[in-house]
Design a protein around this ligand. Structure first.
Ligand SMILES: C[S@@+](CC[C@H](N)C(=O)[O-])C[C@H]1O[C@@H](n2cnc3c(N)ncnc32)[C@H](O)[C@@H]1O
Length: 260
């Protein structure tokens, strides 16, 4: 049986050369998000209509940018209509509005990995919970997951996803994680934010001695370990690249243990 290449169909329908049909995009449920290179030379709406038709989508958006520490997504609807999507991954349902909240395919391994790290009966604190990207996989074995999210929009979907996945051991907090009240508390502390290094002091306060911290950063490839790790006696057990972030920087994850 011949398997047809959908990009050929998109190319024909939109009358855009095959090699200039974008191949790198995010699919959230049945919504597609495309980040175009500067000065894309063809009609984006014609392209989006073709993608919608061939991939049987609800909507096709252009990503304009993802802003600031709250990671607010700024998009332009090119084709179809805005739908609250249910994205299923590793048996977990994530409900979200793709026009407002990002769900990066580049972090798929990290969402899976969190579910592997958490051991039965542990207490997890997710300092940047978003819609539950890590809190839900963590909740499978944890005793409790304390999920902190400052942005009301993301918090709304965190509550929905907690419910959809029967993750009632997630304790949601809509607040700034710097105000989390418990100390020497977590077996596992998750810092899923690019600016995590600015929150290390608070994370160490939350973490138990000899416990595990998972820390996301954005750095130049090949840079030295962050100095702050030595300062606070954080031992790195693993460091990996999650994805490219900009032409000269990468999104990294550190698995660490704190010795207080
Ligand atoms: C980058 S997103 C999470 C991305 C996610 N880890 C993933 O895999 O795609 C970080 C989240 O942290 C939240 N946030 C930012 N600053 C915060 C703070 N001080 N306290 C609590 N949540 C915060 C943002 O609103 C956002 O939902």
């Amino acid at each position: 049986m011949r398997i047809s290449d959908p990009f050929i169909e998109v190319s024909k329908m939109a009358e855009i050369p095959y090699e200039l049909v974008p191949k790198n995009y995010e699919i959230i449920g049945k919504s597609m998000l495309i980040k175009f290179k500067k000065d894309y030379p063809f009609d984006k709406i014609r392209l989006a209509n073709a993608f919608k038709e061939v991939f049987k989508l609800h909507a096709v958006y252009e990503i304009i940018d993802i802003e600031g520490p709250l990671r607010i997504v700024n998009v332009n609807l090119l084709s179809g209509e805005r739908v609250i999507e249910q994205h299923v991954e590793n048996g977990i349902i994530y409900s979200l509005d793709p026009s407002k909240i990002m769900f990066s395919k580049g972090n798929k391994y990290e969402r899976w990995r969190v579910g592997q790290i958490v051991k039965k009966g542990q207490i997890v604190v997710d300092m940047f919970a978003g819609i539950g990207y890590y809190s839900i996989p963590a909740s499978r074995l944890a005793k409790e997951v304390h999920a902190i999210e400052i942005n009301p929009e993301s918090f709304h979907y965190l509550l929905i996803n907690r419910y959809l996945n029967n993750s009632f051991n997630i304790i949601p907090y809509q607040m700034d994680c710097r105000d989390f009240p418990y100390e020497n508390f977590a077996d596992i502390t998750l810092l899923g934010h690019f600016e995590s290094l600015n929150f290390i002091e608070k994370a160490i306060e939350i973490a138990k001695n000899n416990s595990f911290l998972l820390i996301h950063t954005v750095e130049r490839r090949g840079s030295e370990l962050p100095e702050i790790f030595r300062e606070y006696n954080l031992k790195v057990t693993s460091r990996r690249i999650v994805k490219s972030y900009s032409p000269s920087t990468f999104h990294y994850v550190y698995e660490t243990i704190i010795f207080k």
